[in-house]
Design a protein around this ligand. Structure first.
Ligand SMILES: [Fe+2]
Ligand SMILES: [Fe+2]
Length: 337
């Protein structure tokens, strides 16, 4: 369980470190990594070779998707094995042109994207490409949380490096599957909605936690079961199996978002419900709409009051929505990572 008492206490004690005051190697302390989602005790106490936040920014700048994905996975392994650590106090000037990305896919308005049925191989390739693009953006988003927000507890950076590594894995799974359809990432146009929210929340870590993992990624939890069902109906078991892996990991990402959102609310003596509503309004978050994956959202740390609010919104009863019961979404994949 990720919200064990030891996790909460290590996070709150680490939060006392303020920007500019924390020692450069504070995250090399194994206790600081004891967050329940990372690998407690695995970091060594000897001096790390590199700052993982600096390396995260370098990976974010990388334009080649495969190289970026490999860098994200290597970086998380380096932190777990003590070859890198996060210097929480460092503040970086933002380089121009973030995030690094390839010349293709062409980025267009979402309304310009063609939608195709999943019965045809071409339609499934378009879907897999859209999902790969979401994962590519999700790598960027996770790396961005690591370099951008100084003064957070060490466990925050490790959590987001873990997410970056898992998004990179998702991207590689989808790219490989796309290749089996004779396509590559970049072959179809895409939209930029996920990075757009990243930019809007660039100056506010609380808003970032509220609106990226626990809003956009949580929408992915809702969207995943019906997409998976349609792939299975089309006979594409291999792609459906990838969706299973992604859903499993995304529950963990939303859980991390919930955890840090609540941690920041507690630190600022903010009511989490009112704060979420205020931020959603202020930053023009997409309106939530059902059907909701209550089971996954519960697992991802939304509490009963939040689930009840969604129930009211969706006009549904409070019982969890089983994947088979979830209606196909009105629009094609809106899973946001
Ligand atoms: Fe993902
Ligand atoms: Fe994610």
């Amino acid at each position: 369980m990720m919200f064990a008492a030891s996790s909460a206490s290590s996070a709150s004690s680490a939060s006392l470190v303020s920007p500019g005051l924390s020692p450069a190697r504070s995250s090399a302390d194994p206790s600081a990594l004891h967050d329940g989602t990372s690998a407690p005790g695995e970091a060594r106490t000897d001096a790390p070779a590199q700052c993982a936040r600096t390396a995260a920014l370098a990976a974010l700048c990388e334009a080649d998707p495969a190289t970026k994905a490999a860098a994200a996975r290597t970086l998380y392994a380096d932190v777990l094995e003590g070859r890198a650590a996060c210097s929480a106090h460092l503040e970086f000037a933002e380089p121009a042109g973030l995030p690094g990305r390839p010349a293709r896919p062409e980025l267009v308005d979402p309304r310009q994207l063609t939608r195709r049925g999943m019965q045809s191989p071409q339609g499934r390739a378009v879907l897999l490409h859209a999902l790969a693009h979401i994962e590519f953006n999700a790598i960027n988003l996770a790396l961005d949380a690591v370099w951008r927000f100084a003064g957070m507890p060490a466990a925050f950076y490790v959590d987001w490096l873990k997410i970056a590594a898992e998004e990179a894995y998702h991207f590689s799974l989808l790219s490989a599957r796309l290749a089996e359809y004779g396509h590559a990432y970049g072959d179809f146009p895409a939209h930029d909605g996920l990075w757009d929210m990243c930019e809007r929340t660039r100056a506010d870590v609380l808003a970032r936690m509220a609106l990226v993992p626990r809003t956009l990624e949580a929408r992915g939890l809702d969207a995943s079961p019906p997409i998976r069902a349609r792939l299975q109906q089309a006979g594409d078991q291999a792609s459906a199996a990838i969706l299973d892996v992604i859903l499993r990991d995304e529950i963990g990402h939303v859980l991390i978002g919930n955890r840090w959102f609540r941690h920041l609310c507690e630190g600022g003596a903010l009511d989490p419900y009112e704060t979420y509503a205020r931020l959603a309004d202020q930053y023009h978050a997409p309106k939530l709409r059902g059907p909701f994956n209550f089971e996954a959202r519960r697992e991802a740390g939304f509490d009963e009051a939040e689930l009840a609010a969604l129930t009211a919104l969706a006009g549904l009863d409070a019982s969890p929505v089983a994947p088979a019961e979830a209606a196909a979404p009105a629009t094609p994949p809106s899973a946001d990572s």
